[in-house]
Design a protein. Sequence first.
Lengths: 201, 201
Amino acid sequence: MKLYPPELEHIIDFFKKLPGIGEKSAERLALALIEMPEDFLESVSVNILNAKNVLKPCKICGHLTNNEICNICDSSYRDKNVICVIEDYKSVFAIEKAGKYQGTYHVLNGLLSPIDDINVEDINLKSLVERVENLENPELILALKSSLEGETTTLYIKKIFENKKVKISRLSYGLPMGAEIDYLDMATLDRALEDRKIISE
Amino acid sequence: MKLYPPELEHIIDFFKKLPGIGEKSAERLALALIEMPEDFLESVSVNILNAKNVLKPCKICGHLTNNEICNICDSSYRDKNVICVIEDYKSVFAIEKAGKYQGTYHVLNGLLSPIDDINVEDINLKSLVERVENLENPELILALKSSLEGETTTLYIKKIFENKKVKISRLSYGLPMGAEIDYLDMATLDRALEDRKIISE
């Protein structure tokens, strides 16, 4: 005898496909879901399909938007000369939440990884070069993760713009705020030492 | 400027309504959801509404079912004389998972709580009395939580059947498996002492 009716099993399977949701959480969420009011669930169903249909990459930067051009590229308050280069649009939300950055973005939609056969033409690099060429005083901030792929991509972008007047920086590596030195992994500690900032000399 | 497009915001709000999902998880889940293939999301939408429409309480025990009568009440392998009385159908899934119980269930859909104005007529007690009256050799196992409401309900059920030939037991209270005695709350320790089992005398 099956434990759950198949209609419930479908919902559990759906939740299990989401990141960080295991068997037990999926069951709990599915049981909570079916107790929600019917009209609410109807609007949820509509919203899910709507989001999928309406949200597309921005024609300029590749960020998620419900328009041709995203809010950030479209805003006159943003410094168009500064482009923060990121792996995917989730990073945009993270950096926007921090709330300090006033430039624009460029979503690569991946990182170079020769081992996985992800090459220059597989990620959004050509459009970055075009964008930079149209700017008077371009500055790139590379906000890519500190993995082999992230560093390969960083080096490659540095090389593309080698002989052009483009200011390029990368995010600093180091201790996460509040982290205990004792518990830090060696790679981070190494980088934090290497990137150490002189505060008096 | 809003951080998320409204279409995404709707999905985040939906996830935030589910138990144990906070702001950050809801964002992560919504972003994962919109990256799923469109035909999968279409079937999810259909399944959500279908589950809500099809799943109803069993006419006998109140457990969730896609039929008039649930699998358990309908099964000839289940002992109809034994009824496990529970607060809601989630407990059925929990007990069925344990896989030992061979009787049937009765879902009260709540517990008596005079303080919240939940009285005898507000929970599924009348149908329990009717079920018991139709049995030759009825046995009730009260599997209600060890709270004020659970114990009030346990006492009330005991009282209803006082002068009738009904065997009634409740789940034992005590140490959860694997729990460290040192970290146990006093109430559980108290109950574990009170309900102690003689193993030799």
